[in-house]
Write a protein that binds this ligand. Sequence first.
Ligand code: NAD
Ligand code: TYD
Length: 343
Amino acid sequence: MKNILVTGGAGFIGANFVLYMLDKYPDYTIVVYDKLTYAGNLDNLRDVENDPRYAFVQGDICDAAAVEKAIKAHEIDTIINFAAETHVDRSIMNPDAFVQTSVYGTYVLLEAAKSLGLERYHQISTDEVYGHIPAGYSSKEGDLLKPRSPYAASKASADLMVNAYFVTYGLPVTITRGSNNIGPYQYPEKVVPLFSTNALDEEQLPVYGDGRQTREYQYVVDHCEAIDLVLHEGVLGETYNIGTGEDIENLRMVEILLETLNMPHDLILHVEDRAGHDRRYSLDIGKIKALGWNPRHTGEEAIVKTALWYKDNEWWWRKIKSGEFRAYYEAQYGKRLRDAGEE
Ligand code: NAD
Ligand code: TYD
């Protein structure tokens, strides 16, 4: 593994992963292959743009010819696929691009890895493929996939195709399933950056339903370390959960965030719930721990660190929130906020 194609590397986790890998491995080269959808942002990669070990190619993972060209031109031996449409609420409004990218796009990458004889294909997946998990249980890698949103279903489909390429063609694959990542460069549609930036602007925080849903909020660099470990020590054909083992209620996450930013609790506004909202995800992380990984941050530490990053990096999010985002915000929240009696 030396020349890595990071698809979706201009997004949140992909960019953090590129920064992490270039810092850790002086002899690796990384090519980011990214369509630059609304969520892709070259500002995320500003720190490495002049690094000779880094290159950027704008392209769609559904475009087989462009994928093959990039792999050949850069003598790629490994693909790590972060590319996806990633926001559950957008998948409810319009699932089409989710299916295109995660289902067809993943197939295109797998086919390229097979036909060009690559050393490794790694798929970035999510805890959402297991669906809602009742209290007292944590998902194991071999559990049935029961995705419930169009986003989760598109990601589960991709995992199944990755597994099919391992079994049928012997393609050297691995899969990791992360929990809710937070940290620098996350598009402010996801809850922690949305609420941090809204709070900084003294705007209301639209909490879905009763706010008693739980998530495992994980610091993104911890996730990157685990992916690195699986790339180097993981068993081919295997899947590894990467979480924190710690449930945090959304209302508790909001409290930590508001206390960190020193903003008042009356910014919280309960609004109409998300359709089909999964109340709980929970990962059993015994398998990745046995490989030698442990999270470095608790959920609370991750939330504090993330909220402070948004406080200190307005240069990054202000231009996003004033662009395409405004139309999205109105479509997603306008009626909900009015119905909930926003002042
Ligand atoms: P993101 O939305 O911030 O970034 C996605 C990136 O993929 C963007 O740069 C976008 O331009 C690119 N992209 C989208 N469609 C593409 C296409 N057709 N061709 C090429 N590039 C395309 O997402 P993220 O939060 O960084 O998530 C990255 C991966 O991690 C996704 O596969 C997601 O399902 C998975 N994941 C995310 C989380 C999380 O909490 N954010 C948790 C677990 C797993
Ligand atoms: P999100 O960041 O969209 O991640 P996911 O749904 O993929 O886990 O949401 C995290 C949690 O926060 C989830 O329970 C939904 C909730 N949420 C709100 O209460 N209000 C919001 O405006 C958003 C975006 C999410």
